[in-house]
Design a protein around this ligand. Structure first.
Ligand code: TYD
Length: 132
């Protein structure tokens, strides 16, 4: 359900020399297994339009900005990410995609699983049927 989606305020070490944010295992609602990042996204493109059966994740706009849209099969919610110290927690079982990437945006994803194509649900109608 969408109520489980939340913005996590990551630690921020403010410094005149530049700020620093970190994540340690144990800080997130899951144990991290993998990170990946999406970058060089041409204007108007969408990424990540699918659901995961098992993967939980935290999405961070490391640079620039973009929107994450989540859908539980019935309702939508939109989160605009534009700070590198906010992490959007997305539990498994939700449809999600990213859009409105700014120039030079970097979407950093901390995931609870290693890559497994079998974990993907790529058919929205199938996802909706199962959610009902
Ligand atoms: P995918 O998650 O399908 O991105 P999108 O939903 O935006 O299209 O990933 C695109 C391709 O990248 C996928 O077909 C396989 C590859 N990939 C990996 O090999 N390892 C990974 O960790 C990820 C996330 C993707």
């Amino acid at each position: 359900t969408l109520e489980r989606v939340e913005v996590i305020d990551l630690p921020k070490v403010k410094d005149e020399r530049g700020n620093l944010t970190f994540v340690e295992n144990g800080d997130l609602p899951f144990e991290m297994k993998r990170v990946y990042w999406i970058y060089d996204v041409p204007g108007g493109q969408e990424r990540g339009g699918h659901a995961f059966k098992r993967q939980q994740e935290v999405i961070v706009a490391l640079s620039g900005s973009f929107s994450v849209k989540v859908n539980d099969g019935k309702q939508n919610a939109t989160y605009n990410l534009n700070r590198s110290y906010y992490g959007l927690y997305v539990p498994n079982g939700l449809w999600r995609h990213m859009e409105d990437f700014s120039t030079n945006a970097v979407a950093f994803v901390i995931a609870s699983t290693c890559y497994d194509e079998d974990d993907y649900v790529r058919d929205f109608n199938l996802f909706k049927e199962k959610a009902e």
